[in-house]
Design a protein around this ligand. Structure first.
Ligand SMILES: Cc1cc2nc3c(=O)[nH]c(=O)nc-3n(C[C@H](O)[C@H](O)[C@H](O)COP(=O)(O)OP(=O)(O)OC[C@H]3O[C@@H](n4cnc5c(N)ncnc54)[C@H](O)[C@@H]3O)c2cc1C
Length: 572
């Protein structure tokens, strides 16, 4: 039995970061890892996938792209990562861990099958997520890849079926099609990226078709059969598609089975995410001999940066610095060309959350939670009704002057086309577009979605704006460099603030969207920020340059007031 202050179960993005941080803070730490130190992102997901996409964009031949991928992923050799942890003071234990008592993890060693017992007063669960096979007859008999298998294989299938039109399905479709595979993407929902507003998936479908892929939407696969050349996949409508291989990008779920969570009094069902408080403490584990924390995909988050953020929060709390996670502005990205960037709340209710899903969503791929719908969404701070809203809700919101009521905020939408900017004209960008969603009640941005070249870069100011709750009136006064895609952002922001040019406003009225100044805002008398917003909206029309009376101290005070009384045991 070896005793530590902190035992970390799982050495991916989240586990490695927590372990390194708390060791740096003076704690004794053991990190248990069954596979590669560094986890999926570094070896089997983000890095190889983005490396191949970039190689494809540069027009490299497949063999060169595979060589570059091997370089980027260190040939799947994690010894350097293990050494870094050792140098940071973390004891790395290779094997599969299982909780056998509230403060004890038993590790079955990878090589010898011998077991080791570790105790700690803080236990961190960071075991990530795993792919879920969809219910298709014959699936186990055909040549199929998980995303991890495809991203570590040197093979370029001549004909490939990609099952699932979420972020990973779209990225891998574009990547293989660019290298010359004949790719058919099969998605059960009527559009790609079903969790995002319709326009994003529609633009992506055009882009993937232009890359040569065959996109089958609203098509449910029912049966797979092995053939001499590979497989045949039968769709519900009777269509049969032949391919050398099938790539499963259709669902992931938090990896919780076999961890011994019942010992902690937790009941988990397949597909469920670990419920956590805003401090990333596992809900329902108070009163144990040990404090139990969780970070990463296991909580229902679905991106590397979200895992890293939660790991920061866990480490701070273990080290005695109270910290709460704020999920209002966690970016969701698809690294296709054009890329898709989404953040915050969208009409219909998608946003980052930590919640349970069945992991069997037809369109799921990158991550767990929310019915397995990809890395893009986790439910936080919204009632289930908002999260459950779907494509119809998004369409209804588009048609409505003031987007949806319901449990979430009332959203006002403004749109802009990248093609209307000088950068779009120069780049011959006929596809790019963005939508901004402002909260009618507060006058701040609640969410945004953009499709365009490297959208994550020029939309990052929106992430900041949402997180910092910067009033739209202030954002609309920000100057964007010429010629950049940021000018499209400027157009949409000015529409939201009611200071846009008249043609855009006429177009806006035609489309049935609104401006914040035109709304009958439900502003509580005592909310300082919102009172400001009302004043701003009136003044904005007469004098755009005087519309920036944002008082940081006042905003802070209002925010602190909101935070008072918050119960950190709340599962948001
Ligand atoms: C194809 C694909 C592409 C992606 N691209 C992006 C992207 O571009 N950007 C982005 O932000 N996100 C992307 N993601 C999501 C990202 O990879 C994950 O969000 C991230 O890796 C999660 O990190 P984690 O630490 O939670 O889990 P992981 O990295 O999966 O780490 C968990 C670790 O726990 C170990 N483990 C599990 N059970 C045990 C046990 N019982 N004992 C010991 N060890 C155990 C596992 O071996 C694993 O190494 C992508 C995902 C996929 C599938």
């Amino acid at each position: 039995m070896a005793a530590f202050d902190v035992v970390v179960l799982g050495g991916g993005t989240a586990g490695v970061h927590v372990a390194t941080e708390v060791a740096g803070g003076g704690k004794t730490v053991a990190l248990v890892e069954a596979g590669l130190i560094g986890g999926e992102s570094a070896y089997l997901a983000c890095l190889p996938s983005n490396s191949l996409l970039l190689s494809a964009g540069r027009g490299e031949p497949w063999e060169d792209a595979v060589a570059r991928r091997a370089e980027v992923t260190g040939g799947l050799d994690d010894s350097a990562a293990a050494q870094r942890l050792n140098r940071a003071g973390v004891q790395v234990i290779r094997g599969t861990g299982r909780i056998t008592a509230p403060d004890t993890v038993e590790v079955t060693r990878a090589q010898s099958a011998a077991t080791t017992k570790l105790t700690g007063s803080d236990l961190v669960i960071a075991t990530g997520s795993e792919p879920v096979a969809p219910p298709i007859e014959g699936l186990s008999d055909i040549p199929a890849w998980t995303t991890a298998q495809s991203l570590s294989s040197p093979d370029l299938p001549r004909r490939l079926i990609v099952l699932g039109g979420g972020p990973a399905g779209c990225e891998l479709t574009q990547m293989y099609a660019s290298f010359g595979s004949q790719v058919t993407l099969v998605e059960a929902e009527p559009r790609l990226l079903p969790g995002e507003p319709a326009f994003a998936g529609e633009i992506l479908a055009v882009a993937l078709r232009r890359a040569g892929a065959d996109i089958r939407l609203g098509s449910r696969a029912t049966k797979a059969e092995r053939t001499a050349d590979g497989l045949t996949l039968a769709l519900e409508d009777g269509t049969r598609i032949d391919a050398a291989r099938l790539l499963l990008a259709s669902g992931r779920r938090p990896r919780l089975s076999g961890l011994g969570l019942d010992v902690l009094g937790l009941e988990v069902t397949p597909g469920m995410a670990l419920p956590t408080t805003t401090r990333c403490e596992v809900a329902g584990t108070r009163g144990q001999r040990v404090r139990v924390w969780a970070a990463g995909d296991v909580t229902g988050t679905t991106h590397t940066h979200a895992s890293h953020y939660q790991a920061d929060v866990v480490a701070a709390n273990i080290l005695g610095r109270h910290r709460e996670a704020d999920y209002s502005a966690i970016p969701r990205c698809v690294f296709t060309t054009p890329s898709v960037f989404a953040v915050g709340t969208i009409p219909g209710g998608t946003e980052e959350t930590t919640g349970a899903g069945d992991g069997n969503g037809p369109d799921a791929d990158h991550g767990p939670g929310n019915g397995g719908k990809t890395r893009r969404m986790l439910r936080i701070a919204r009632p289930p009704s908002a999260e459950a809203a779907s494509a119809e809700a998004a369409s209804a919101a588009e048609a409505s002057p003031v987007a949806q009521g319901g449990a979430g905020p009332r959203l006002v939408t403004a749109r802009a086309r990248l093609g209307d900017t000088a950068r779009g004209y120069l780049g011959q960008d006929d596809l790019g577009r963005l939508e901004l969603y402002a909260d009618a009640g507060t006058g701040v941005l609640a969410g945004a979605v953009a499709v365009g070249p490297d959208a994550a870069s020029w939309m990052s100011e929106v992430t900041l704006a949402i997180r910092a709750k910067i009033p739209v009136a202030v954002l609309a006064d920000v100057v964007h460099a010429f010629p950049t895609y940021g000018e499209a952002l400027q157009t949409a922001l000015r529409e939201l603030a009611g200071t846009g040019d008249s043609p855009a406003r006429a177009d806006q009225q035609e489309k049935g969207t609104g401006t914040l100044s035109e709304l009958d805002m439900e502003t509580p008398e005592d909310d300082a920020i919102e009172q400001h917003q009302e004043v701003i909206a009136d003044e904005a029309v007469a004098s755009p340059r005087r519309e920036v009376p944002f008082d940081v101290n006042e905003a802070d005070a209002a925010e602190q007031e909101r935070a008072v009384g918050f119960d950190d045991d709340d599962y948001r």
